[in-house]
Design a protein around this ligand. Structure first.
Ligand SMILES: C[S@@+](CC[C@H](N)C(=O)[O-])C[C@H]1O[C@@H](n2cnc3c(N)ncnc32)[C@H](O)[C@@H]1O
Length: 270
């Protein structure tokens, strides 16, 4: 497939890749032949590294990892949005593109029994896996849906999390409009994602694995800032992690991905 993908092509490509990951047919965002399950697109280089080592490299603390359901090890993020989320007991949290629920379950531990967490993901197989993990967590729920059309009521959410998902969505401006709609006034975004810091070569743009592997769909800091501002957000801050190349270079070894994208934490307020 080329860079001429339609909106629907992109959704189908991404959904198919994450269905394979959720069901164990593939354990990498980029390729279907490796064993690693920690870190988006994290291939052979980390195959022998356990989840906790890889998640620590993304900034997760021992206390956060202790909140995960026993046996769940599917972390496909590119950073730790919880560092910026500053969650408190009683909050309502929305996790955009929640996957198997890695950040949702940590958030649930932080907001406690008086809070609630809603995870939204468009891949039925991811939702099934997350729901299986949620059996013992009554204040976490997972809803099937697309980020461009969130199945969430207006003005109901305190904090929106997301980890390595917005880059995968064709209409990013619409994602931020939807995020603004569902947040309460004063509510916040705390998003981990990749941002584009260089011009992608044609071969990366044409490569389906680079798209589903959280590389070639990335927007620049200026583009994300514009989408957020046009959606109505204030207090926009985008902190690029200039050390993230250390793990991004393992996503598609040899592609030079680390020259074109870096991880960032994106914050904004309604
Ligand atoms: C790289 S994984 C990240 C999963 C999770 N946030 C984590 O850190 O483990 C991307 C997830 O976003 C979901 N996704 C991608 N595009 C989406 C869209 N347009 N609407 C809803 N979910 C989407 C995929 O199904 C997949 O589960």
């Amino acid at each position: 497939m080329t860079e001429q993908r339609t909106h629907q092509d992109q959704l189908d490509l991404v959904r198919s890749r994450y269905a394979d990951i959720a069901t164990g047919k593939s354990n990498s965002c980029c390729d279907s032949t490796t064993e690693s399950s920690a870190g988006c697109c994290d291939e052979g280089a980390t195959a022998a590294i356990d989840l906790r080592t890889a998640a620590r490299a993304l900034g997760y603390t021992e206390a956060q990892l202790a909140a995960l359901p026993i046996g769940e090890d599917l972390s496909l993020g590119c950073g730790n949005p919880l560092t910026a989320a500053l969650l408190e007991p009683g909050m309502t949290v929305l996790d955009l593109g929640s996957g198997a629920g890695f950040d949702s379950f940590i958030a649930a531990d932080q907001v406690g029994d008086s809070g609630r967490v809603i995870g939204v993901d468009m891949t039925p197989e991811m939702i099934a896996r997350a729901r299986a993990n949620a059996a013992d967590h009554p204040h976490v729920e997972f809803r099937l849906g697309e980020l461009e059309h969130l199945p969430v009521a207006n003005d109901t959410v305190d904090v929106i999390l997301s980890n390595c998902v917005v880059n995968l969505v064709p209409d990013k401006a619409q994602v931020f409009r939807e995020a603004y709609r569902v947040l309460r006034t004063g509510g916040r975004l705390a998003i981990s994602d990749v941002v584009r810091v260089g011009e992608f070569p044609a071969e990366i743009l044409a490569d389906d694995a680079s798209l589903s592997g959280c590389i070639s769909g990335a927007a620049t800091v200026d583009e994300v800032t514009r989408y957020l501002r046009e959606a109505g957000f204030d207090d926009i801050r985008i902190a690029v992690n200039d050390r993230s190349g250390e793990y991004i270079k393992e996503w598609e070894p040899g592609s030079g991905a680390e020259k074109f994208v870096q991880a960032a934490i994106i914050e904004a307020r309604k």
